[in-house]
Design a protein around this ligand. Sequence first.
Ligand code: SF4
Ligand code: MSK
Length: 635
Amino acid sequence: LDKTVKKAVAIKDVTQCEATGRMLEKARRDGVVVAFDRAAGMKPCPIGAESACCKMCYMGPCRLNARDPYGKVGVCGATIDTIQSRNLARMVASGSAAHNDHGMAVLELFKGVANGTITDYTIKDPYKLEALCLELGLEIEGMTIQEKALALADELEKTYTQTEGEIPFVKRVPAKTLETWRKLDIVPRGAMIEVMGIMSRTHMGCDQHYENITKAISKAALADGWGGSMVATELGDIMFGTPSPVQADVNFGVLKEDHVNVIVHGHEPNLFESMLVSVSDPSLVQIARDKGAKGINLVGMCCSGAEMMSRHGVPHAGNFMSTEPVLVTGAVDAMAVDIQCIQQGLAKTAEFYKTHLITTNPRCHIEGARHIEFEEHTPRECTDEIVTLAIARFADRGVDVEIPQIINKGIHGFSHEYINYMLGGSFRSSYAPLNDNIINGRIRGVAGVVGCVNPRVKQDWVHVELVKELIKNDVLVIQTGCSQIALAKAGLTVPEAAVLAGPGLREVCEAVGMPPVLGLGSCVDNTRILIAATAMVNQGGLGDSIADLPVAGAAPEWMSEKAVAIGQYFVASGVFTVFGVGFPTVKETKFHDHLFGGLEDQGLGKWGVTKDPYEMAAMMLAHIDKKRKELGIDK
Ligand code: SF4
Ligand code: MSK
């Protein structure tokens, strides 16, 4: 253990994932330090954890006392409410920027495909292309597929660049929800102006009213959920296929000792799609065989892995906190990464186990990693080179290989379109429709359980306990990102898991043949939850706005700024959203109370926080029951 680590942590306390735990034991034997150890050696700063400090200018940094929040102000006179709202605003700006930057890259790719300058990808779902054009009110009569795609690209570009008006997908928002947004002046104009607006107004000596700053927070967050993320999901579906249920294997056992193992980790689907083509190229497969491998095994991790698993059934090795431990197997010949949630610690661990760690994106280089830039016009140049490096490493691994032989089979790939189809053609028209089952009480409500894993809590445990508690109480759970992988490893993404559900939910699951836990894809695919919620409102019987629905959301082990942006876009859309781990505000302050109650009084949703999964479930159930009562369906 190195200098950053004061004491070894008990492995049983830091992860519920058996394979990850076994690799932590091996790492310890090998003298390798990973994030779980670094977390034990790094106590979070208590002032920063509650957002009671400010470094917006160099008269400070200023630290207030979270135990006596109004006892002191910053040098400029900034109060605790100004300081913490500015800090949260910058977290949301960063999270929203990350998703919008990703969404813009997907749009650029789509434009290239539409105008014929990018030829390695194509339009796989022309029906969705047409449906989206019509939904956005575009005149497409008589147009070719390419012309429709160009028209759609032009329209969706406004999501990012527009400086006045409303972003295009606002057309999808339920009328009453949109009316509330307009009344509160929180409809986003365009992502760039909203993110820039936050950076500008949080400069020293500018916006110093937490309520006004909260409006800017909502705008930047909504420009993520109904903006960049939604564009990424929808255009990804059009180019790479709209997911429908597919069986996929999850866990470290998907690595194969006698194959060349290539992992793709990150968030953008294009790298992964091209890697899928490279690993199937007969000439590369032959080279691998000539070197003694039985084949080339492509595996996903983190969110691009979740997206590829949902679209194509590509095996998935594990979530964010397993990305270092998977290298400890010694079996990974190359790990290709693009953007977001790529821990810098991977470089040192990869070097120790002689794995090629390759960055591919101009936005993300890592000191100590090899950089091979991925270029959409010639994607195979990058992915073929990575596969070639992986084959060479396979031929001369030079490290012990130890793969925990654990595989969990599950069903994934529940797009909002498929949920719609599966539960009755529309949400309220024929067999087992979702709204009817909520109204008749078989399904008590719907919960979105999403987000990261975080070494400050036991990996996967909070996700799994929360979801078990929710389904036991007849709440249908929909999932994305690292949370979905946690539940897949716990065996809850199979139809047989219906036995763990309450009697009503179990009956619905068995009638339809679906698991009680539906995996939707990556963290940008949280937008599928917004669209599903909108469909529930539009089908009738459950109120007029998203805030009326018996639904709740949770990110039980969150860690990233993107998670905060996602949380805020759910709250601003009308959803009660509970975070685990902790929340960066000081309790019993005006700003905290505004987020945790005031927004709900304005017709939006609200925040909640608790570390305890059972308390989290109780809070979500109480909210669902409150909404059922208000709808008059509580009998
Ligand atoms: Fe301190 Fe005000 Fe400067 Fe923040 S902006 S560091 S509170 S003086
Ligand atoms: S990867 S943002 S750890 S879900 Fe999307 Fe997982 Fe959270 Fe990253």
